[in-house]
Design a protein around this ligand. Structure first.
Ligand code: PMV
Length: 307
């Protein structure tokens, strides 16, 4: 049997604007994983994928409309081998449609486990390209940030179409992540932002550029370990995400609660309108911010760091 996993991710700066060519910063969350187990199939022909979290089973015949089946099909195409008899079980601790990159993580874990089991483990860049193809099923125009972070498993400065650049931190960064519990498929928010952009190009492009500028400034502040500055930049990024109309009452409630409890800055993370928010905290405020988020109604709270 072969097992592989891939982490969740948070976007620290630049979601949505990244789709339009602006830089973004994102990091893996190793405390939340998707895992795939591959073993030889004994009671059937071909590949069968068991998604135990949603109690469903898929064969490659479903590759046109199922992301897991499509992932497995792409692995076989990449390795140029005929369909073997395999039993694959996929599980994820990462909530779906919550801005944590669950779709990319599940595909990455599956492609990693399967290619390793078949004796040709795919390196991160190839894995990332493969998962990117699958991401297009989740929403038509992905920037590529999710597949990049989960496949490389490193904090990255990402610009669409360029080789991702790992970023270093001048001081450890501690984050508290709070889930609104509201499911919000990325496809919807990305589509709405696109419609807004189509109707008001000049206005949207100035917002995208402003977000890109914050991401570049944040990259510098992170390298220099200036945490207070990073927090302020996160707040400024959140204000621009509000302009793009991808925040929500639930996100604002958690973001304000985190700030009031002493977070250095807070913003939504991922597609928005629901899903998760992320707050940057000094380690001595971590517990207070976690508690404040719970009191404000977060469905789930966890901490993660970039050291
Ligand atoms: O909601 P998530 O975790 O899939 O994050 C999407 C990030 C966006 O910038 C909104 C879309 C993209 O493809 O970059």
């Amino acid at each position: 049997m072969t097992t592989a996993s891939a982490p969740a991710k948070i976007i620290l700066f630049g979601e949505h604007a990244v789709v339009y060519g602006q830089p973004a910063l994102a990091a893996p969350v190793f405390g939340l994983q998707a895992t795939a187990e591959v073993k030889e199939g004994t009671d059937h022909y071909g590949v069968v994928i068991h998604a135990t979290d949603i109690n469903s089973h898929f064969s490659l015949a479903l590759a046109a409309r199922n992301a897991l089946a499509r992932t497995a099909q792409l692995v076989l195409e990449k390795l140029e081998i005929p369909e073997p008899d395999l039993d694959i079980t996929v599980t994820a601790e990462i909530p779906l449609a919550s801005g944590l990159g669950s779709g990319a993580a599940v595909s990455a874990a599956l492609a990693k486990a399967m290619s390793t089991h078949l004796g040709q483990p795919l390196p991160p860049a190839e894995l990332s390209d493969l998962v990117f193809e699958v991401e297009k099923m989740h929403h038509g125009t992905p920037s590529g940030i999710d597949n990049t972070v989960v496949c490389y498993g490193e904090p990255v400065l990402f610009v669409k179409g360029r080789t991702p650049q790992r970023f270093e931190v001048g001081a450890p960064l501690h984050f508290v992540v709070g889930d609104t519990g509201v499911k919000s498929p990325t496809r919807n928010t990305v589509g709405d932002v696109r419609r807004g952009w189509e109707g008001h190009r000049r206005q949207y492009e100035s917002w995208f550029r402003a977000i890109g500028k914050l991401a570049r400034e944040a990259h510098r502040s992170i390298r220099l370990g200036r945490t207070e500055e990073i927090g302020q930049l996160m707040n400024a990024n959140q204000a621009l995400l509000q302009s793009l109309d991808v925040s929500s009452v639930e996100l604002e409630t958690l973001i304000n609660a985190a700030r009031e409890a002493g977070a250095l800055g807070a913003k939504l993370s991922g597609g928005g309108r629901g899903g998760n928010m992320v707050a940057l905290v000094d380690s001595d405020r971590e517990a207070a911010v976690c508690e404040a988020l719970q009191r404000a109604g977060a469905a789930r709270v966890f901490t993660t760091s970039i050291e």
